[in-house]
Design a protein around this ligand. Structure first.
Ligand code: ADP
Ligand code: MG
Length: 337
């Protein structure tokens, strides 16, 4: 387990504080947030690349001692780290993918076996002997991923692993990450701009906004039945919810899980009638202050979490018990399976 306890770092006017974060074995975590919010910096502290100015990082309940170089080397070896701007070098695709295994002293025969298997898994096996020249951005990204994922490590840290990948590339990446956490018990921590990807892969999403870190447990996950009501449009229902519309490009049958990003839900004092939008009547259950916004729980059959600013709360004069409508687009509802 990796634990950060108010690990803090400052650059000029930028200040990042991890608060308390715990990363457990076998789980997948995703850091999301806008550009420059501090995701890469936080990742570097988690991955032992960067020593915090204050606070601490612990690995397996032991505070990391950055001064002991042999010990640092040993614990860093347990982390397969992919930097956001990691460079490939002028050599073949195979040589690039083999790099991590080489420096870890693997036998050439084993390197060959493993690298080829990983290249095939990422569907770039046919590129093995190619030089990097002329590779597309997406292909280069797959090479970087191969170099990282070919290593057996208890912990994988990947900064923007899906940058530049096409849909198929993202699918392959997701398959590998899920299998590593499930079959090998690996801990995986990655950053992503794709909210959908974050929600699909990770039950634990950590939001980083302007250096402020707040864990966002997976919110608004609903399980029930779906019924087709139009082209790409479905009605969702379960014992608590009757009508919730969502869209899907894929055919949906029977049981399904959905997630609605708390930031995609708007609160309205009046009922809103438009097609392609949901408008569920509900009651405010609780209001909680978090670092970046107010978190409101609204009961509308199921409990929904919504994030709003302090200003909107004051404007709407909401208190527990207030009657309110939850408004969100059918396209804001993500299908998880
Ligand atoms: P993100 O990965 O979310 O885009 P970063 O962690 O890369 O954000 O950067 C957060 C902030 O810290 C930015 O304002 C960036 O310019 C600054 N920063 C990052 N690394 C350094 C550094 N080595 N020196 C000075 N400023 C830095
Ligand atoms: Mg970054």
């Amino acid at each position: 387990m990796i634990r950060l306890d108010n690990a803090q770092i400052s650059y000029n006017s930028f200040n990042l504080n991890s608060g308390i974060l715990e990363f457990e074995k076998g789980k997948i975590y995703c850091l999301t947030g806008p550009n420059g919010s501090g995701k890469s910096t936080l990742l570097k502290m988690i991955g032992l690349q960067l020593q915090p100015d204050s606070g601490s990082v612990s690995v397996e309940n032991e505070k990391v001692n950055y001064g002991k170089s042999e010990y640092m080397l040993r614990i860093r070896r347990d982390v397969s780290y992919m930097l956001q701007d990691s460079r490939l070098f002028h050599a073949s695709v195979f040589e690039n993918a083999a790099y991590g295994l080489k420096i870890r002293g693997f036998k050439p025969s084993e390197i060959k076996e493993r690298v080829n298997r990983m290249l095939d898994r990422l569907e770039i096996g046919h590129l093995a002997s190619r030089s990097l020249k002329g590779l597309s951005g997406g292909e280069s990204q797959r090479v970087r991923l191969a170099r990282n994922l070919v290593i057996d490590a208890p912990v994988y840290i990947l900064d923007e692993p899906s940058a530049g990948l096409d849909t198929r590339g993202r699918e392959l990446l997701a398959e590998i990450l899920l299998s590593y956490s499930k079959d090998k018990g690996a801990t995986i921590i990655f950053t992503s701009h794709h909210k959908e990807e974050a929600y699909r892969l990770s039950p634990d999403i950590i939001s980083v906004i302007d250096g402020k870190v707040s864990p966002v447990p997976r919110e608004n996950v609903l399980t029930g039945q779906a019924e087709k009501t139009g082209e790409k449009l479905y009605r969702f229902y379960n014992e608590k919810i009757d009508h919730l519309y969502f869209s899907s490009d894929h055919e949906i049958k029977n049981k399904i899980s959905l997630a609605i990003d708390p930031e995609e839900i708007i609160l309205s004092l009046t009922e809103v009638h438009t097609s392609a939008r949901n408008c569920l009547p509900g009651t405010v259950k609780s209001i909680k202050d978090t670092v970046s916004a107010l978190q409101i729980t609204v009961t509308a059959g199921e409990d929904f979490t919504v994030l709003i600013t302090k200003n909107s709360l004051e404007e709407m004069k909401l208190t527990p018990g207030s009657k309110i409508y939850l408004v969100f687009k059918a396209t804001a509802v993500k299908v998880l399976n």
